[in-house]
Write a protein that binds this ligand. Structure first.
Ligand code: BJW
Length: 304
């Protein structure tokens, strides 16, 4: 695939990070070796609920843990995009069997193309912009002095627009098409249909949305699983915890020793699996959590 993301992640200040396993932060963590990000100063605006009740994330800091951040449709809700399983969500209007399975596409490709074309249009709405939660995660990625992997189930591009350097889109990307004949993955901002030829191999009617449907393998699972088993903190944001394999990430990270945190409007299906939960709209709980996390990292100075 042209957008194979399995490259090593560069350290915040450039170059690659070497890692050493350490204990701390409620579990196994990694400490970056060799190249630390430049020291930074933070404004220390820490959300009051974290200040008044600092959890183990704040109090047991002995090394800087690497982070895996998982996002779902809830993070984009306040940007104007629908979730799937809420009462007014996508699945209240269309059957997922019709538009989010390979069998549905085989049965009625015109209908499936129309569904994703409409969502591509929705993404171009000038009112659909990254919100405070997307921006906070991009800031965390920029400032955190250890590795951060942002994995999103979302196919929108709001993380990129917020400044996240390389979110891993495990369920694909709305603004890309894929050719069933040659496997090329192509940028695709406009309508897609059976009349379109693959710009890479020239085949007719072989292009499909570059999204992962039910029954298909999500993208880059090896890289995600490696990060989950190595991280010190796993944070799940705006996802109902109903769709696998993403719904299983918390168990995998926890078994490997990570501290696990849920940030969601309401308790998700897997809420009991998390060490720590903060419930409320993403634009409130995510920036507050990010500020608290940044404030807990010793010796951080802001370079913005
Ligand atoms: C807010 C908020 C605010 C609202 N602030 N929060 C039986 C048992 C177990 C598994 C299976 C099974 N039968 C089949 C399976 C496997 C299947 C599956 O999990 N099915 C379940 C439904 C049971 N999974 C698959 O088929 C996957 N592939 C697979 O498993 O391959 C095999 C494999 C084996 C081994 C290893 C690895 C793989 C593929 C899944 C593909 C999912 N595709 C979709 C469509 C993508 C394209 C598109 O967008 O159209 O992905 S479905 C849809 O669900 C989309 C999402 O990414 C995904 C997850 O949804 P998400 O993000 O959680 O949204 P919601 O709506 O569910 O939740 C939103 C949350 O936000 C809610 O909690 C709200 O409260 C909250 N919220 N406003 C904060 N303001």
């Amino acid at each position: 695939m042209s957008d194979n993301l399995s490259r090593a992640r560069p350290a915040a200040g450039g170059g690659l990070m070497l890692r050493e396993r350490r204990e701390g932060w409620g579990g196994a963590t990694f400490r970056p070796l060799g190249r630390w990000a430049p020291l930074r100063r933070l404004p220390c605006r820490v959300a009051s609920f974290f200040l008044s009740n600092p959890g183990p994330l704040m109090s047991r800091a002995s090394a800087i843990p690497s982070l895996v951040l998982l996002t779902g449709a809830g993070i984009s809700r306040e940007s104007g995009l629908d979730t799937f399983r809420d009462a007014d969500g996508v699945w209240s209007r269309v059957r997922l069997e019709d538009v989010a399975t390979p069998e549905g596409f085989e049965r009625d490709p015109v209908k499936v193309h129309a569904f994703y074309n409409a969502r591509r249009h929705g993404l171009r709405d000038p009112e659909v912009v990254p919100n405070a939660a997307h921006l906070a995660l991009a800031r965390l990625e920029r400032l955190w002095p250890a590795e951060v992997l942002l994995v999103t189930q979302n196919i929108d591009d709001l993380h990129e627009r917020a400044g996240s350097p390389a979110p891993l889109h495990m369920h694909g990307e709305l603004l890309k098409a894929r050719c069933a004949a040659c496997d090329a993955v192509l940028p695709w901002a406009d309508d897609l249909g059976l009349e379109d030829r693959c710009p890479s191999c020239g085949a007719e009617a072989t292009l499909r949305p570059h999204v992962v449907w039910f029954g298909e393998m999500p993208l880059e699972m090896e890289r995600i699983e490696a990060a989950l088993t190595a991280c010190g903190v796993f944070v799940s944001i705006g996802t109902s915890g109903t769709v696998y394999p993403a719904a299983g990430f918390v168990s995998l990270a926890r078994r490997a020793g990570a501290r696990t945190v849920e940030l969601n409007l309401e308790p998700s299906h897997g809420a009991s699996l998390f060490h720590e939960c903060h419930h409320g709209p993403a634009t409130g709980v995510v920036p507050a959590f990010v500020e608290a996390l940044l404030a807990s990292a010793p010796g951080l100075r802001e370079t913005e």
